[in-house]
Design a protein around this ligand. Structure first.
Ligand SMILES: [Zn+2]
Length: 578
């Protein structure tokens, strides 16, 4: 492509509302433009990279025999009602009505469409297993769109769905997908780790996320120092620490603590240690019930774990009025003894380590100390409810764990029978008996993958694209203008490379060399060829890799073979890691 004709509006300054590198560079390098909050338009360079990422994904899906389809973006409410997702998605689902007042959702994912289609076509065990997928747009009405395409309201996803007669068959496809995902991400030049994850609103109990480690990651991943255990903190199981050897024999005493309503204040004002305090948090469930959670002062409640523990009920911290109704006092003085209203007291295992605890006792401006957790109060239920953090013990090997931030680019789930059951989908087995197929679903965020490739590959000049996903593989920069012999030489190289199937740009703009070189660096094309009069007189053109600093001198007659070879090397570097 000739840059003179290419719609490539690069910009010097970072957009004021972009906070992260990928977002800034995707705008500056003319990969995309922001249309509105969480909505982005792809320009030619961005679209080419997106297409390359999609094609890598396609090839890996094809390799494990998944068939490509394409579902509509409007999903009738009727379909979303089958598994109650019209309700479950709450405000995240964009809802529209047609002229007949019929409701539709703008596709959040496509479990329903695929289940409906496959149900209509598959009757016999002979037709399974079956894996189908598409690459298409998804919509989420995000409460806070941010980080460019990392959390946007409209995005492209590859979502695949598999259907099986039994668990063992699903296990096999799930493993195949996991391998295909690792390969696809490696081919995109992405360094990912796979971690156990929470399956959220989609349902199912077995899932794995593919994360790119990044300081701007929205997820926190916890890793064991010794073994291979790693998990999203939302899902991380924590091995309970050893309980205290003894509990205090002193009686508990009241302490006057005027206006001291937080762990921090107790620590600062009275010299308590966080690990000797018990916080009592009141949570309201969406059923209206209130529960009291007793947890150690230095750890936080993992609301996801709490919600799972309470059979998937949504939970939120109780409001002021509820706190007063249950504890009889204002926020900050609640405790598990003497609650005004009887509620379930659920204790996190962490408080078992406290020999003599300090805590609230539902009395204004008062805390108590020397609490013996076995003697002084009754716990209705014990559970693992805390959010994992650095230093926690690995559930597999008891070694310490550390944490890092990650961006999710892929997610695979075992869905089980959630959708097949909801759709009343059965298949006849060998004995002509109807069986409900079990399902898996598997997603890759395509534009998110592009953003994370950039998060992992840039310098102060711009993007450094891996060749597999670069919008173009080679950029030719003529030093002199169109009327010169050196320009004609550049054009010859351009035509030669294109004829050999190399994705090539030529910067034929009437611009200063500095501008062209800066743009070439900014847009991150892996191989650059500078063709100028002076170097030609000395018998060479300058070839440079975007990721390197040194120039290579290559004779014009050899340049075609040299570039073909270089391109192959760059591809091999990536593919040899598979
Ligand atoms: Zn471990």
């Amino acid at each position: 492509m000739r840059i003179k004709n290419l719609f490539m509006p690069t910009v010097k300054e970072a957009p004021s509302d972009a906070q992260i590198v990928s977002n800034i560079l995707m705008i500056r390098a003319a990969l995309m433009r922001k249309i509105s909050s969480g909505l982005f338009a792809y320009l030619p360079l961005g679209l080419r990279s997106i297409n390359k990422i999609s094609n890598i994904t396609r090839e890996e899906m094809e390799a494990i025999s998944a068939s490509e389809c394409l579902m509509p973006l409007l999903v009738p409410k009727e379909l979303l009602d089958y598994a109650d997702r019209w309700v479950a998605f709450k405000k995240e689902l964009f809802r529209v009505k047609d002229r007949h007042d019929i409701d539709y959702g703008l596709a959040p994912t496509h479990e329903e469409d695929f289940t409906e289609i496959v149900k209509g076509a598959v009757q016999s065990y002979r037709d399974l297993p079956l894996s189908v997928y598409h690459i298409s747009t998804k919509f989420r009405d995000e409460i806070r769109p941010r980080f460019g395409v990392i959390r946007s309201r409209e995005f492209t996803m590859k979502d695949a769905y598999s259907f099986h007669m039994d668990e063992a068959c699903l296990d096999k496809t799930y493993k195949d997908m996991s391998v295909a995902y690792s390969r696809a991400f490696k081919r995109m030049g992405l360094d990912t780790v796979s971690v156990k994850a929470d399956s959220g609103a989609i349902g199912g109990d077995n899932s794995e996320e593919f994360m790119v480690l990044s300081n701007v990651g929205e997820e926190e991943i916890i890793f064991c120092e010794k073994c291979s255990y790693r998990s999203n903190v939302e899902k991380a199981v924590i091995k309970p620490e050893p309980k205290a050897e003894t509990y205090t024999s002193e009686p508990f005493v009241e302490l006057h603590t005027p206006d001291i309503t937080s762990v921090d204040q107790l620590v600062q004002t009275y010299g308590f240690k966080e690990i000797n305090l018990i916080k009592t948090l009141l949570y309201t469930m969406d059923t209206g019930e209130t529960v009291a959670i007793a947890i150690r002062g230095d750890v936080a409640v993992n609301e996801k774990k709490l919600s799972n523990y309470l059979n998937g009920c949504d939970v939120e911290l109780a409001d002021e009025a509820t706190v007063r109704a249950v504890s009889g006092v204002r926020v900050g003085f609640a405790g598990p003894i003497n609650l005004k209203k009887k509620v379930r007291i659920i204790a996190d295992y962490s408080i078992k380590t406290i020999h003599a605890a300090g805590m609230g006792i539902n009395k204004d401006n008062t805390h108590i100390t020397s609490v013996n957790i076995e003697r002084d109060f009754t716990v209705d239920e014990w559970a693992d409810l805390r959010r994992a953090k650095e230093g926690d013990l690995c559930p597999e090997c008891s070694a310490k764990m550390y944490s890092k931030r990650g961006l999710e680019v892929g997610h695979i789930f075992k869905l089980g029978e959630k959708y097949s059951k909801a759709f009343d989908f059965t298949v006849l087995d060998e004995n002509n008996k109807p069986v409900t197929p079990t399902m898996g679903c598997y997603g890759i965020g395509i534009n998110r993958a592009l953003a994370t490739v950039i998060e992992q590959n840039y310098d102060d000049k711009g993007i450094i694209f891996p060749i597999t996903v670069a919008p173009y593989e080679v950029i030719i920069v003529p030093v002199e203008d169109e009327s010169t012999d050196s320009f004609k030489q550049a054009e010859l190289i351009y035509n030669d490379l294109r004829a050999c199937g190399v994705d090539t740009l030529i910067d034929d703009r009437d611009a200063r060399l500095g501008v062209k070189l800066n743009d070439a660096d900014l847009i991150g094309i892996p191989i650059r060829i500078v063709v100028g009069k002076r170097s030609l007189e000395n018998g060479f053109v300058e070839v440079k890799l975007r990721r390197e600093t040194e120039m290579r001198e290559v004779s014009p007659s050899d340049v075609k073979d040299y570039i073909l070879n270089l391109k192959k090397q760059l591809f091999d570097e990536i593919n040899n890691c598979l």
